[in-house]
Design a protein around this ligand. Structure first.
Ligand SMILES: C[S@@+](CC[C@H](N)C(=O)[O-])C[C@H]1O[C@@H](n2cnc3c(N)ncnc32)[C@H](O)[C@@H]1O
Length: 219
């Protein structure tokens, strides 16, 4: 590829793809889609716009060391012929994303790459649940599964992604530190679920879920 764009396709609703992301997807000669254990959420979000395109699926199994796969994927992208490629990524490319690791491998082998921002999962979830992330002077804390207490104590709101790691611990920490919380699963999709009840949250299991916490009496 002469140029590869890492494109954030947003959290699930295809209308939450940016106009720039959409245009670059439509203009791309080849679509690259990350998969984990055969599933590509990013591909599903954009599927309506890429049915006429060549699609190259790249497997990065979740929970495994994918270092060599990032190198191989960068080589595949370099060797694929075409003017521009679109590497689809869930939410925003710079937030807990495969594209971050791939980008560093692409840089090493001299492939021209650019990241196109997308709407994050927690940004969408905070809007959908009408939970403010920041008011004037607030600190917002983003983490993936494990909460650092020192940071939490200095934050008015928190978004915890990858909740599957230990939801019970996450909820207990939030309760003990004076936070209200909301659990959002598959936000902005037709399977979206919003839960506030502790038991219901603990019963649910879904990789595509997050928890937003907001310190009580903080807007
Ligand atoms: C590898 S991270 C990707 C984050 C993504 N780049 C972003 O900007 O939001 C995957 C985690 O994002 C969260 N996530 C992504 N899409 C989501 C959605 N539609 N609803 C709820 N959580 C979502 C979940 O916590 C999931 O475990």
């Amino acid at each position: 590829m002469k140029k590869i764009y890492g494109i954030g396709v947003g959290p699930g609703d295809k209308e939450l793809i940016t106009l720039k992301g959409y245009r670059l997807i439509r203009e791309a000669d080849v679509i690259f889609a990350p998969k984990s254990k055969g599933i590509s959420t990013a591909l599903k979000i954009a599927e309506e716009f890429i049915s006429d395109k060549k699609i190259v699926e790249l497997e990065f199994p979740m929970g495994e060391d994918n270092s060599s796969r990032y190198k191989e994927a960068a080589e595949i992208i370099r060797k694929t012929s075409g003017e521009t490629g679109a590497f689809l990524t869930l939410g925003d490319p710079m937030v807990y994303s495969t594209f971050i690791y791939l980008l560093s491998e692409l840089d090493k082998i001299g492939v021209n790459a650019e990241a196109i921002p997308g709407i994050t999962s927690f940004g969408a979830a905070s809007n959908i649940t009408k939970t403010p992330l920041t008011l004037k002077g607030d600190n917002f804390y983003l983490c993936d599964g494990e909460i650092n207490l020192d940071i939490l104590k200095n934050s008015q709101s928190v978004a915890v992604l990858k909740t599957y790691k230990d939801k019970k611990k996450i909820l207990s920490i939030l309760e003990e530190n004076g936070f209200e919380y909301v659990y959002v699963k598959r936000c902005s999709t037709e399977n979206e679920v919003i839960l506030r009840d502790r038991t219901a949250i603990l019963e649910d299991k879904d990789y595509l879920s997050l928890i937003i916490g907001r310190r009580r009496n903080n807007g």
